[in-house]
Design a protein around this ligand. Structure first.
Ligand code: 2P0
Length: 315
């Protein structure tokens, strides 16, 4: 075993959303979902052995029940010593930028290498999913699907297949009040639209997968925006309501629609937070970045390409 092992992973953005879990164990999504892995936004996780487990996030030691439970489950199958984990994000944490996705993907990748667990990509994806379902997708780069029956993420296509770009408009850096796990549970229990959401997901997934395979931007834009807005309808109709948007989030969506009316290839997606992700072609990216930067309330613009999967960078 080595002294320190460092892994990196990128967040991913779902184009067909996951919002709701199956009742069985294993942290299994209720619906098929599909994402793109980003570049530029990065989680770097270093691990080494210690006398007891300790977790530092962005330089501060914190207690994280999710990570503790996850380590306990991992230790029920493997010999894993006490670990000092240092995880740093170069982007806002817990603010709808999928820091738990890149976090668990980097963590299982680091632990696997450090403790020589012998996990292949499918197995790492399986373990990442048990920490956070969206993390299963960040094991891979490019276009990624998380689908039944295995619920281990698989790469649909590499980044080179269709080098889309993503402009992230940050409208708030505050951590969200209700985390995704609690939010999903609330939506499942209380939203009158939950069953309709389940019924529509397979069709949305197939349509998005086909659009990616054909590089059909118009079809992908239509299905991805619809999946996003259906998910936010579930959120808004949960009781108590889950309202993740700021006024600037809505203004950014209008801005993206206006850009599309001007002929740009761009669509938006929004996760459990107030940031807008505008997915676009390389040709439209400068206009999209410039227009979103002008929207009142936008604090920062982050331009990303499509990124690679989780990997060891130092051991
Ligand atoms: C997604 N999100 O598909 C959706 C869209 C947020 C909105 O997956 O309970 O942190 O840890 O499995 O993976 C965020 O949920 O939830 C998420 P858990 P996770 O990207």
């Amino acid at each position: 075993m080595q002294n320190t092992t460092t892994a990196q992973a990128h967040p991913n953005i779902a184009l067909v959303k996951y919002w709701g879990k199956q009742s069985k164990p294993g942290n299994l999504p209720a619906t098929p979902n599909l994402s793109i892995t980003l570049s530029n936004l990065t989680t770097t996780t270093k691990i080494k052995e210690g006398k007891k487990d300790a977790f530092h996030l962005n330089g501060e030691q914190i207690e994280d029940a999710k990570i503790e439970r996850w380590l306990q489950t991992l230790r029920s199958e493997f010999e894993v010593p006490s670990l000092i984990i240092n995880s740093d994000n170069n982007f806002p944490t817990s603010a709808g930028l999928a820091s738990s996705a890149s976090g668990f993907a980097a963590l299982i990748t680091a632990v696997n290498a450090h403790c020589d667990l012998g996990l292949n990509e499918e197995m790492r994806s399986n373990w990442a999913r048990q920490g956070s379902a969206s993390a299963a997708r960040s094991i891979h780069g490019g276009f990624v699907a998380l689908v039944p029956p295995q619920w281990e993420a698989m790469r649909l296509a590499p980044s080179s297949h269709w080098p889309l770009e993503v402009v992230v408009a940050v409208t708030s850096r505050a951590a969200k009040a209700v985390n995704s796990t609690q939010g999903m549970q609330r939506s499942k229990q209380t939203s009158p639209f939950y069953n309709a959401w389940l019924r529509g997901a397979a069709e949305d997934y197939s349509s998005a997968a086909q659009a990616i395979s054909l590089r059909d931007f118009t079809q992908l834009a239509q299905v991805a925006e619809l999946s996003c807005l259906k998910m936010h309808s579930l959120m808004l109709t949960s009781n108590p309501t889950l309202s993740y948007w700021t006024p600037a989030s809505i203004a950014c969506m209008d801005c993206v629609r206006a850009l599309r009316d001007q002929g740009h290839q761009v669509f938006f997606t929004v996760d459990a937070g107030p940031q807008i992700k505008a997915v676009c072609t390389a040709e439209s990216r400068p206009a999209v970045s410039a227009a979103l930067a002008q929207v009142p309330g936008v604090l920062e613009i982050i331009d990303c390409g499509l990124g690679e999967g989780a990997q060891i960078i130092d051991q």
